[in-house]
Design a protein around this ligand. Structure first.
Ligand code: PLP
Length: 451
């Protein structure tokens, strides 16, 4: 089978042998919204039938610099020819050292030491193990619990899955999960679990984390993990006070703050890292996706100096964690070339400007479409929350026929994205204003079905 094989044969072979993630087997032929993609340029991708679409989800929230960047491919080829692999625990390579130095420079505050892995789940898994080992080495091995926010997503591996705040469907198949993983409500003002309203609430949801810490006894808690802007919760942008206060709470109780910037990192929200919107420096930052814009599987767990001090120096202790592909040099070369484009083309600034424009267009849509209950976003990370009734805020069924219709209609009109209760819009950071007009025009047309 090659790219010129008849489409039918490709679909059949894919359906028989390729298991798409988070999908039943054979979805390539049984579900209309699955397709074979063959090419990408800028904000657009083309499928095997020759249809071209605006990629409104940047693949899976990650193609920040856009598709088809030849210079990233060339950088990878140069490195693969020079040296395709070193040794994750015994030998450094030039691109791994260079990339670690670049990340230490780009990340805020004294985040300075970089542990590489292959994807976001591994970055989170590494962060959780670093947090626990850090406390153990400091003489507090009883600090093992991790607090996450409900509805959040931190990955698919056991630790990351256990520290994610979504239990439905997880416990029934995969439980029992890692013990000591606790959850609190997210700062999801549109559907506040506490039935409170901002600002009168005085951001009670963050104080609730301190209540939980006290209840659990703070000296049993290793870390709080949070996405600065939670994509999984439905692009939940926290109130201004939330993250600074969370930082203070963690400091007060000796608990590490892990900020998961797997989606929000590398310009997605209009700053290099979303935590910079609130001037908060985490103890550990997890990065993946936009680190290479998807050109290679690579992720990073970046730690502050006090953590590096515990594992480092003359009497440094080895981290009990080894991943064969950590710092793989071809992936590091891809990330370096990707970050070069991101900075040279000012794509973070573009995300800020085009993101503000996208959000204004989405507010305009919301004023005309009763099926839009709420609009949320920061930079080029936006969502429309869909409701069947604005007054009752009755949500659209997550996997219901309306959502399927919407996605199919959008694809027919030339837009690929994802929708559950929310319609997500997170295009590549190189998007231009006329493409946002095209994108929101298509969303406008697709939503008119629900009037
Ligand atoms: N953390 C966050 C915030 C994510 O959104 C994701 C994936 O979407 C992950 C971690 C897991 O990343 P990966 O799928 O690369 O393992």
């Amino acid at each position: 089978l090659d790219q010129d094989a008849p489409l039918e044969a490709l679909m059949q072979a894919g359906a028989s042998h390729l298991w798409l993630h988070a999908s039943p087997i054979q979805t390539l032929v049984t579900q209309a919204d699955r397709r074979i993609l063959v090419e990408g340029r800028g904000c657009r991708v083309t499928d095997a039938q020759g249809h071209t679409y605006l990629d409104a989800l940047s693949g899976q929230w990650l193609v920040n610099v856009g598709h088809g960047r030849a210079e990233i491919a060339e950088a990878m080829a140069r490195q693969a020819k020079a040296l395709a692999y070193g040794n994750a625990s015994r030998a450094a390579t030039l691109p791994a050292i260079q990339l670690a130095a670049v990340l230490a420079h780009l990340t805020p505050g004294d985040l300075s030491t970089v542990f590489f892995s292959s994807g976001g789940s591994e970055a989170v898994e590494s962060a959780l193990k670093i947090a626990r080992q850090y406390h153990a080495l400091r003489g507090e091995p009883e600090r093992y619990k991790v607090i996450a926010r409900r509805g959040s997503y931190h990955g698919a591996t056991y630790g990351a899955m256990s520290a994610s705040g979504s239990r439905s469907g997880v416990d029934s198949y995969f439980g029992p999960l890692l013990s000591g993983t606790l959850s609190v409500s997210a700062p999801y003002c549109y559907r506040c679990d506490y039935r409170k309203t901002y600002p009168e609430c005085d951001v009670y949801c963050v104080d609730a984390i301190e209540d939980l810490l006290r209840y659990e006894s703070p000296n049993t808690v290793a870390a709080v993990i949070a996405e600065p802007v939670s994509a999984a919760c439905g692009i939940v942008v926290p109130p201004a006070e939330y993250l600074p206060r969370l930082r203070e709470i963690c400091d007060r109780h000796g608990v590490l703050l892990i900020l998961d910037e797997v989606i929000t990192g590398f310009g997605r929200t209009g700053k290099m890292f979303a935590s910079e919107h609130w001037d908060v420096v985490p103890d550990i930052m997890t990065l993946a996706k936009g680190l290479s814009s998807g050109y290679a599987p690579i992720a990073a767990t970046v730690c502050r100096q006090p953590i590096a001090d515990i594992f480092g120096g003359a009497n440094g202790k080895a981290i009990g964690h080894l991943l064969t592909f950590g710092g793989q040099p071809v992936a590091c070369a891809a990330a370096l070339a990707n970050l070069d484009i991101l900075q040279r083309e000012n794509l973070v600034r573009n995300a800020e400007q085009q993101g503000a424009y996208l959000l204004s267009r989405l507010h305009d849509l919301a004023s005309r479409h009763p099926s839009v209950g709420d609009v949320r976003g920061l930079g080029l990370l936006c969502a429309l929350e869909l409701v069947t009734d604005r007054r009752t805020q009755q949500p659209f069924p997550v996997d219901g026929p309306e959502i399927h219709y919407l996605l199919e209609k959008l694809a027919e009109l030339g837009v690929l994205t994802r929708a559950e209760g929310n319609l997500y819009l997170a295009p590549p950071l190189c998007i231009e204003r006329h493409e946002i007009d095209e994108l929101t025009g298509i969303v406008d047309t697709a939503l008119s079905h629900f009037e």
